[in-house]
Design a protein around this ligand. Structure first.
Ligand SMILES: Nc1ncnc2c1ncn2[C@@H]1O[C@H](COP(=O)(O)OP(=O)(O)OP(=O)(O)O)[C@@H](O)[C@H]1O
Ligand SMILES: [Mg+2]
Length: 258
């Protein structure tokens, strides 16, 4: 079997029916044609924000990471492991894809560690064990994994979903695609950067051309590219007609290599 394909879904795709329809149709067709394991990893910032608004709670971010105090971690879990994960499972079901919903700590897919007390329930991750995912692949399941982790003390943690996807790609030695709500990494003028390496990326982060969530995403992509020795693609879930080319390794969006 070819190496697994890890696809991270971000931005507000969870609220976009047309994009979800296009994505799951493509996934369903791809899985019928190719004997390749696919893993979906997802964030869901918009779902957390909606739930927080309904509960009149405010969000604070530091360097693109959501500060998650003890009062808020339950809401983040409900939004990511609950609403977002189950909505994606429902789309998979609709397209007859055999799926299973997981979080990062099921089967110790990755190991999560609390970053620091100031950020609260926010974790970073390192690659873990591939056994559970292998069992699922061998039995034809497509795992859909939320970015909720649990550390060795049993503390539930909110993990940036790009960093989670990188750790999972390293766990399974898979190709990584990060799908967001922008066409890729954009330059100061808003034009797409087609190819980016570590040196250029760090310059663009230093002068704030790449910021917030995209800075974390770019560094997560570089880490995966460096450790796996494959390029990583950052592209948009909006370009439904190009997804199949992207899955097959064509240059769509930004190609990031170490
Ligand atoms: N140079 C840049 N090119 C493109 N987007 C950028 C750049 N700098 C900052 N951004 C911002 O980064 C955002 C993408 O990162 P963000 O973390 O918001 O989304 P995501 O990772 O796809 O979703 P989630 O965090 O919910 O998983 C873009 O929508 C854009 O506002
Ligand atoms: Mg993000």
């Amino acid at each position: 079997m070819i190496n697994p394909l890890v696809i991270k879904l971000g931005g507000n795709i969870l609220e976009k029916e047309i994009a979800l329809n296009g994505l799951f149709k493509t996934l369903s067709n791809y899985l019928k044609i190719y004997n390749r394991a696919i893993i979906i990893v997802h964030g869901g910032g918009c779902i957390i924000d909606n739930l927080m608004n309904k509960l009149s709670l405010t969000t604070t971010k530091k360097n693109g990471l959501r500060i998650t105090n003890t009062d808020q971690i339950d809401i983040v879990i409900a939004a990511l492991a609950g609403i977002a994960n189950k909505k994606l499972l429902s789309w998979a079901k609709k397209f007859k894809i055999n799926s299973i919903g997981l979080c990062l700590s099921d089967g110790n897919i990755v190991d999560a560690i609390q970053i620091n007390k100031e950020l609260g329930h926010v974790g970073c991750v390192i690659p873990g064990k591939q056994l559970l995912l292998r069992i699922l692949f061998d039995n034809g399941y497509m795992p859909i994994i939320s970015s909720i982790g649990i550390d060795d003390h049993g503390c539930l943690l909110n993990v940036n979903a790009d960093e989670a996807a990188t750790a999972i790609a390293l766990t399974v030695e898979g190709n990584l695609i990060l799908l967001s709500d922008v066409n890729g990494i954009l330059d100061k003028k808003g034009n797409l950067i087609k190819v980016l390496n570590t040196n250029e990326a760090e310059k663009l982060i230093a002068n704030n051309t790449i910021s917030n969530g995209m800075a974390i995403k770019t560094r997560a992509a570089l880490k995966a590219a460096r450790n796996l020795n494959y390029p990583v693609y950052i592209a948009s879930w909006q370009q439904t007609d190009q997804l199949i080319d992207l899955f097959n390794g064509s240059l769509v969006g930004t190609k990031v290599f170490a």
